[in-house]
Design a protein around this ligand. Structure first.
Ligand code: FE2
Ligand code: FE2
Length: 358
């Protein structure tokens, strides 16, 4: 699918081709879905909204945004090795995640071409944006003499099948959490330019508007399907996806706290802000949002993160695999237990807040 990229998008490998990070439950996934079901979706309830969003995507506000300026043409040797390693991991994870979006949207666009031209065109524009984002991140990795062979990643990664309903919940959340992550870093560096150690962060303001629009498209898809928000299964699923996305965020942000430190950000505070904002935003699309003000909400998430950091340490040790597993088991159990308790915290019913019976 990579050869369907626009010619201007460069994904070619460079001399320092980096082998992708080991796949774990926390690494960004590649998804596939039932394309026939997507083609058969009745979108009439949100058709006008989708048409408006299609016009916005067509306008392509960021057409000239992802062009590397002169500020990239310098040596980055001065970034100390601690921050450098954390930053490279951040770039890689972001690149994989953007590229995973590109693959899914491109495939959706291709499969829907004959059967749902409106959605097909929208997904094609979304794939265009994600290809730009992934390409831009991969070029940034090139500045550190590394790059990802994305064509190879496409072939070697495992694809997880998600029914379209799950794809809608999870992509909506990943776009909106992406928006908040980019804009919070951008606003922080606007106030603290002394921490801007690499120019990519200057691009985040317009970049995150792409993610915001992508999220709005998935919100329209979600609201076009009443069964995704007007019943108890939808409420249970929404809680599940909100918690999974937030827990993954908390764990990965704390695993890379060095990166946030190098930006002058406190990882815990950054994570808390991203989770709170994304939860509020999701309340406009989902039938429930999580009660992040519950006294145990963040403390339990942080407990999970502490157990996860212990597991990372065990994984890095030189002990035999079986010893590592035995040491990790009680930690895995403790994480699952805490997640279960988090899941059981009573959520906030957003439909009644909206007062809508649609
Ligand atoms: Fe993106
Ligand atoms: Fe996106």
């Amino acid at each position: 699918m990579v050869n369907t990229l626009p010619p201007s998008t460069s994904f070619e490998s460079k001399p320092g081709v980096k082998s992708p990070i080991k796949e774990t439950v926390l690494t960004p996934r590649f998804y596939t879905t039932n394309f026939d079901t997507v083609a058969g979706l009745d979108l009439s309830a949100q058709e006008a909204e989708l048409q408006t969003l299609l016009e916005e995507m067509r306008a392509d506000y960021n057409r000239h945004h992802f062009v590397r300026g002169e500020e990239f043409e310098q040596s980055w040797e001065h970034i100390d090795s601690y921050a450098r390693q954390a930053f490279i991991e951040y770039l890689e994870r972001s690149c994989i995640s953007e590229f995973s979006g590109f693959l899914l949207f491109k495939e959706l666009s291709r499969k829907l071409k004959q059967r749902n031209p409106l959605l097909s065109e929208i997904f094609n524009f979304m794939a265009r944006d994600e290809a730009r984002h992934a390409g831009f991140l991969n070029k940034a990795m090139g500045d550190f003499k590394l790059s990802l062979d994305l064509a190879d990643v496409t072939k070697t990664r495992t694809y997880t099948f998600f029914p379209i309903e799950w794809v809608i919940y999870s992509v909506y959340l990943s776009e909106k959490i992406g928006y908040w992550r980019y804009i919070i870093i951008y606003r922080h560096l606007e106030k603290h330019p002394e921490n801007q150690f690499y120019p990519i962060f200057r691009y985040f303001e317009s970049w995150c508007q792409d993610e915001n629009r992508h999220g709005d498209i998935f919100k329209a898809l979600l609201r076009s399907q009443p069964k995704l928000w007007n019943n108890s299964k939808a409420r249970l699923l929404s809680r599940f996806f909100l918690l999974s996305v937030f827990a993954t965020h908390t764990l990965t942000v704390h695993e890379r706290s060095n990166f946030y430190k190098s930006l002058g950000l406190d990882a815990t505070e950054f994570d808390r802000q991203v989770v709170r904002e994304t939860n509020q935003t999701a309340g406009r699309a989902f039938p429930v949002m999580l009660n992040t003000d519950h006294p145990k909400f963040f403390s339990r998430l942080h407990q999970c993160s502490d157990y996860n950091l212990k597991m990372v340490e065990i994984e890095r040790s030189s002990q035999p695999k079986v010893v590592k597993l035995v040491r990790k088991l009680p930690l895995i159990g403790a994480i699952i237990w805490n997640l279960l308790l988090l899941y059981l915290i009573k959520p906030i019913d957003t439909e009644s807040l909206r007062g809508t019976v649609r």
